[in-house]
Design a protein around this ligand. Structure first.
Ligand SMILES: [Zn+2]
Length: 150
């Protein structure tokens, strides 16, 4: 192989390329003004006719960083438990004065009653469900209990 032909890359100067225009602030067709090695150095915006350093089209390069909102739940491990506990603590301190009522299916409860349940522990009535159910917020779980049993 004795070929000494230097195959210089064909210059891209004066060709058209899509680039981000720093004046128009959008991706536009530009004419390549100068090259640096095999990279585009300067371009002329076909729209505003300004010459500026080449910037890759935004639509191509900067699409990813925008969507950085991962669902909040996944970020800190055990979401539901901590939320329930926070709610439970809030309700407990809001009803600090109220005495605990022992839970039986025959007792009647109202909203905000504090319940001492043999299995679930201390809870507070967060919701009344017609006709005879209660939604009770316990420290780590929300349970639906029956009350006012006839
Ligand atoms: Zn422009």
């Amino acid at each position: 192989m004795a070929s000494t032909k230097a195959t210089a890359a064909p210059s891209a100067v004066a060709k058209e390329t899509l680039a981000y225009c720093t004046s128009c602030k959008i991706d536009l067709a530009h004419l390549i003004v100068s090259m640096k090695g095999d990279k585009i150095a300067k371009v002329e915006c076909k729209t505003c006719k300004k010459t500026h350093g080449y910037k890759a089209p935004k639509g191509v390069t900067e699409v990813a960083p925008k969507k950085k909102r991962a669902s909040k739940k996944n970020e800190d491990g055990s979401p539901s438990a901590t939320t329930i506990e926070a709610e439970w603590e809030k309700l407990m301190s809001a009803h600090r004065e109220a005495p605990f009522k022992g839970y039986t299916m025959k007792s009647k409860f109202i909203l905000g009653d504090k319940i001492k349940h043999p299995t679930f522990g201390e809870g507070i009535v967060g919701k009344l469900i017609y006709p005879n159910k209660l939604e009770v917020i316990f420290r780590t779980d929300i349970k639906v209990l029956i009350h006012g049993g006839a």
